[in-house]
Design a protein around this ligand. Structure first.
Ligand code: 5AD
Ligand code: SF4
Length: 461
């Protein structure tokens, strides 16, 4: 492929993505932004002319990975330079936003540092980096006044049968442990018309399922064509009108934003899948207050009850943090009690990790020792795994509609997702890829299901 304004030679781009689903979406959009100036995908960093690390700042472990990867890339840059070539290295995403100047100082081999809100300006940054010729980096971590989404090209690369679509970005909640309000900025909702147009393009390119993304996705309040602010529940029902779209999901939600319209959509809209990731973080009212979650455990349980009334088979997932500053044994027991009460189908749990600049990190004297965090995490995870296994086992013998969207771990197998988000493997040929098939669940594993191939392989929504 010929590039414009780059000596007519295609350049190769490799993007390594860390963290959440929105980062994966953003990486695809960065590739879309760079395609018109001649960048084509590379298989790995070795064959690339430019590598972008799209980073995650949510916990310390995630953030530290960036620096070790930058060390490896430096060696590759030296090799390339010795052969008379050049490898441009860019750091994008939330670590870039939070630690831009620090990255430039710690890793002078980095050519470009850009935040999540400026990647529509990448072509300009690449041109500047080339002009600088490796001497001095380009830093752009603004929160620009122009909306990024207005300056992005249409999605170029098809995402396949299961696609992501960002509808909302940023967070105004300021939970005291979390960096997101600082790295992603204030809440912003894309207009309905843009989202519907993007959804139609995804479906035309083969998507059967769309997952609506946002850091606070159920705080969505984008404007419709008439200028009226609409909720996520309304948006889901609007998107459900698209022919050919079989499944809608959304993530990540906040318990305070589960409004009547959204809960009702779970009961009324068959395309909305019966699975919800609804982080609670803790079951202790005292800790929830210290986390600035702005609701108590009873509120969460009420929301769950209303959701289950609307959609009795709803599978729930959550995030938990153990060892938040000041968390006592009694607080942790409250978390265990909430787990017993809800019985999650799946969950993620983490040791509290102090993040620079967040209020909780400044609570010096109440930090929980690591050994105690580890102990609590093990106990919580044992309970969560028990519940996940029970949920999976209850599916054996049932027939579930699975969207097969990827090869399985063994040859002759495909893998996909049940309506409840479980990973399902079945012995199927590649012909079934990108289809929704009714399969009979034969066996439950700790975190996946094994299914028998369907008789006649009939399509099902
Ligand atoms: N320490 C540990 N876990 C965290 N999370 C967010 N910030 C922190 C932190 N400082 C977890 C929360 C959130 C998920 C994405 O990551 O559970 O819901
Ligand atoms: Fe972070 Fe809380 Fe916002 Fe979620 S709601 S992104 S945990 S500040």
């Amino acid at each position: 492929m010929k590039g414009k304004g780059n000596e007519g030679v295609a350049r190769k781009l490799f993007i390594r993505t860390y963290g959440c689903q929105m980062n994966f979406y953003d990486s695809a959009r960065m590739a879309d932004v760079l395609a018109p100036i001649g960048y084509v995908p590379a298989e790995g960093p070795e064959e690339a002319d430019m590598v972008i690390l799209n980073t995650c700042h949510i916990r310390e472990k995630a953030a530290e990975k960036v620096y070790s990867e930058l060390g490896r890339l430096r060696a590759l840059q030296h090799e390339k330079a010795a052969q008379g070539g050049r490898l441009v290295v860019a750091v994008a995403g939330c670590v870039a936003q939070a630690e831009g100047a620090e990255i430039m100082r710690r890793a002078p081999n980095v050519d470009i540092v850009l935040g999540p809100q400026t990647y529509h300006r990448l072509p300009e940054m690449v041109a500047r980096a080339h002009r600088a010729g490796g001497g001095g980096g380009v830093l752009d971590t603004d929160f620009p006044v122009e909306a990024k989404f207005d300056h992005l090209p249409e999605q170029a690369a098809p995402q396949g049968a299961s696609a992501f679509l960002t509808v909302q970005e940023g967070c105004d909640k300021f939970c005291t442990f979390c960096v997101v309000p600082y790295t992603r900025g204030a809440e912003y909702s894309r207009p309905v018309a843009d989202i519907v147009a993007e959804a139609r393009r995804l479906v035309a390119a083969g998507a059967l399922e769309i997952t609506l993304l946002g850091q606070n996705v159920n705080a969505y309040h984008g404007e419709d064509e008439g200028g009226r602010a609409r909720s996520l529940g309304w948006l889901v029902r609007r998107l459900a009108e698209i022919d050919g779209l079989a499944r809608i999901r959304y993530t990540t939600s906040h318990p305070l934003e589960m409004d009547d319209e959204l809960i009702a959509a779970h009961g009324a809209e068959a395309k909305l899948m019966p699975f919800l990731h609804l982080p609670v973080q803790s079951g202790s009212d005292r800790i929830l207050a210290a986390m600035n979650r702005r609701h108590d455990a009873a509120h969460y349980l009420r929301v769950v009850e209303r959701l289950r009334r609307a959609r009795p088979d709803l599978a729930l997932s959550s995030d938990f943090i153990v060892g938040f500053p000041g968390e006592s044994d009694a607080d942790f027991r409250d978390t265990m009690r909430l787990v017993e009460a809800v019985r999650f189908a799946q969950a993620y749990s983490f040791k509290y990790s102090p993040r620079p600049g967040t209020p909780a990190a400044a609570i010096q004297d109440a930090q929980v020792p690591d050994a105690l965090k580890a102990e609590r995490l093990a106990e919580l995870q044992a309970a969560l795994q028990r519940d996940q296994r029970a949920f999976n086992e209850a599916c054996t013998g049932r027939t579930l509609a699975v969207l097969f969207d990827r090869p399985g771990s063994r040859p002759g197998q495909l893998a996909g997702r049940s309506p409840y988000m479980q990973a399902v493997h079945a012995p199927l040929s590649g012909q079934a890829l990108g289809r929704i098939l009714e399969v009979r669940i034969e066996r439950a594993n700790a975190s996946s299901l094994a299914a028998r191939p369907p008789d006649g392989q009939a399509d099902a929504a």
